[in-house]
Design a protein around this ligand. Structure first.
Ligand code: FAD
Length: 294
């Protein structure tokens, strides 16, 4: 395997640190992502990932900003890709572009239904599940290293945890190289999830995803959508500082810091940070982690 593969970064017990960006839509957003990337550079993340939108021009920006993050800052960049709205031919041409752009890793997803639709409808000549996309890529572009999503608190659409885990197993059997989890606030959910995966024979690295909460409203909105539970203690702390953005961010960073320490102490292979392009929280967190030498 080539050393630019994210999978190889997990070797020898190295703790993998990664950060997720999304492609900005506005000029202010563009300045923000560059500011954040610049500030993060000193902290040398093992890789950064960049999300894939539900449609339209934001998809072009995944490649555009992926290249920018790589060329300006030297990051190993992992673009995301989803099945939403794409025929197989379109997927092939996007994958060719990823290859031409010299990306080595792809976060391989089904994707959420576009705004206004309640359930996922595959393109008539497209793919239905992330596992189909994994198989599709492995067959045609076997050199890509593929990450997939995992859900410690169950994917919202899945009937129950057993079904969801069986589907995750299918995705890994199709060729996924590692799993990044959906965000969660309670470490016990992650460790139970890992244990159950291992019990099923899923052996790939499972990188926990952590989001420093931004505010009481943001966290409730976000978690309603992705199905993560907000612990009462965190909700109460955020509610106390509801009208103070800086204090809210500090609460979020402190919680994330405790979470990360707990995760690494108990053997998690690293952490993937959902920073929503914000430099403040990411840098505060990185500095505290460094000071704590975790
Ligand atoms: P799948 O693995 O396909 O699972 C979707 C549902 O189908 C689950 O309920 C699963 O249990 C079920 N299922 C799977 N296989 C089968 C089967 N064979 N038969 C029956 N049921 C099955 N969204 C974006 O739009 N863009 C992004 O960039 C993005 N990045 C993400 C990054 C991470 C790390 C994570 C965890 C999620 C991300 N998402 C992103 C959100 C993701 O697209 C949604 O959670 C989506 O609803 C499911 O995607 P998936 O790849 O997990 O789907």
């Amino acid at each position: 395997r080539m050393s630019r593969d994210i999978l190889s970064k997990f070797a020898d017990g190295h703790k993998v640190f990664s950060v997720e960006f999304f492609p900005p839509k506005t000029e202010e957003g563009a300045r923000q992502i560059l500011r954040t990337a610049h500030a993060l550079k000193a902290h040398e993340p093992d890789f950064v990932s960049i999300t894939y939108g539900a449609g339209g021009s934001s998809r072009e920006r995944t490649i555009e900003y992926g290249e920018l993050l790589r060329d300006l800052f030297g990051f190993e960049v992992m673009p995301h890709l989803t099945c939403v709205g794409h025929s197989r031919d379109e997927l092939t041409s996007i994958l060719e572009r990823f290859q031409e752009s010299d990306f080595h890793n792809i976060m391989t997803l089904r994707g959420d239904p576009p705004k206004g639709q309640t359930s996922f409808e595959p393109h008539p000549d497209g793919l239905r599940y992330a596992s189909d996309l994994v198989a599709f890529i492995k067959e045609r572009f076997p050199n890509f290293c593929l990450g997939v999503g995992g859900y410690p608190e169950k994917h919202p659409e899945a009937m129950d945890m057993d079904t969801d885990l069986a589907n995750l197993q299918t995705k890994v059997n199709a060729g996924a190289d590692f799993i990044t989890t959906q965000l969660f606030f309670n470490n016990a959910d992650y460790f139970t999830f890992v244990e159950r995966c291992r019990g099923l024979g899923i052996e790939v690295p499972i990188l926990p995803g952590v989001m420093p909460a931004m505010s009481f409203d943001q966290v409730n909105r976000f978690c309603g959508f992705c199905g993560a539970r907000v612990p009462r203690e965190l909700a109460a702390k955020l509610e106390c500082v509801k009208d103070d953005p800086e204090a809210s961010e500090a609460v979020g960073v402190e919680w994330a810091l405790q979470q990360i320490r707990g995760l690494l102490d108990r053997g998690a292979p690293g952490v993937h940070l959902y920073i929503m392009n914000r430099s403040g929280a990411a840098i505060a967190l990185m500095e505290k982690l460094r000071a704590a030498k975790v």
